[in-house]
Design a protein around this ligand. Structure first.
Ligand code: ZN
Length: 255
């Protein structure tokens, strides 16, 4: 099966930057609303993401990125090690470490056991990674929607559509139309962390800003907002390392 996502990547990755002897693709995006060049590094793909305001500025944007090669190298080297989904690996689910176990005898299903905490993935081992990822996304969606429902009832606001995505920059967001989105990767965090993110977005259904009234609403839903925020600050990057395959990552980038 051809994955549309990967097709898109190869179509846009026309530029390459050599960082510490390693060829890193550069994805240039034109965004007319961008006021300047925006440079980001995705250490896991790895790739350099470059945004510029117009087509004409692409060349200058590339030069801009070229001048920041040291910073890019640092971003690549500081990334946490990939934690691929393979048998024997341990991944947190709702903050609790679970060992991944493969059981090809089982037909496609996934089962979670406690004591010891394990996730048993059925079916062919070659599909374990995708199957587990799909399952985690479904778990995330269910779990986050359940909590959002409770918070919506508490605030007396209408619950809208909930979506779960693989976002790179934000853990949660709330559109002006009321659609709430979360990163599925929050399913790795302890419950108090993702509950805070959910409370935050649900509170936006009442206040589309970060006013004092907004924070008061958040605090009426959860008690440990500050702990949750600092947890994400400290551990957030690591959440992106789960499910990343080993091939071509890290190692070669010795800063
Ligand atoms: Zn907010």
């Amino acid at each position: 099966m051809i994955d549309g996502h990967h097709m898109k990547i190869s179509a846009t990755a026309m530029h390459v930057m050599v960082v510490n002897g390693r060829e890193i693709p550069v994805d240039i995006r034109v965004n007319r609303r961008a006021r300047r060049y925006i440079l980001k590094v995705d250490p896991f793909r790895p790739a350099i993401l470059l945004t510029c305001p117009s087509q004409r500025q692409k060349k200058a944007a590339l030069a801009f990125a070229g001048e920041r090669r040291d910073w890019i190298a640092q971003q690549l080297s500081e990334a946490p090690a990939p934690q691929p989904f393979v048998p024997g690996a341990r991944i947190p689910v709702r903050g609790i470490a679970h060992e991944i176990v493969s059981d090809p005898e089982r037909r496609r299903s996934i089962e979670v056991s406690t004591c010891p905490s394990r996730i048993i993935v059925g079916g062919d081992r070659t599909h374990l990674d995708r199957r587990l990822k799909d399952w985690l996304r479904r778990e995330a969606r269910k779990e986050f929607a359940d909590h959002a429902d409770v918070f919506c009832t508490q605030l007396g606001v209408d619950r809208r559509r909930i979506s779960v995505r693989d976002t790179k920059t934000r853990w949660g967001s709330c559109s002006s139309g009321g659609t709430i989105s979360f990163s599925w990767r929050l399913i790795f965090t302890p419950q108090f962390v993702y509950k805070y993110v959910i409370a935050h977005e649900v509170a936006h259904l009442r206040h589309m800003n970060h006013s004092a009234a907004f924070w008061q609403t958040v605090d009426s839903l959860v008690e440990d907002r500050e702990e949750a925020e600092s947890w994400l600050k400290v551990n957030g990057t690591e959440l992106y390392a789960y499910g990343v395959r080993h091939s071509g990552q890290r190692g070669a980038v010795a800063a």
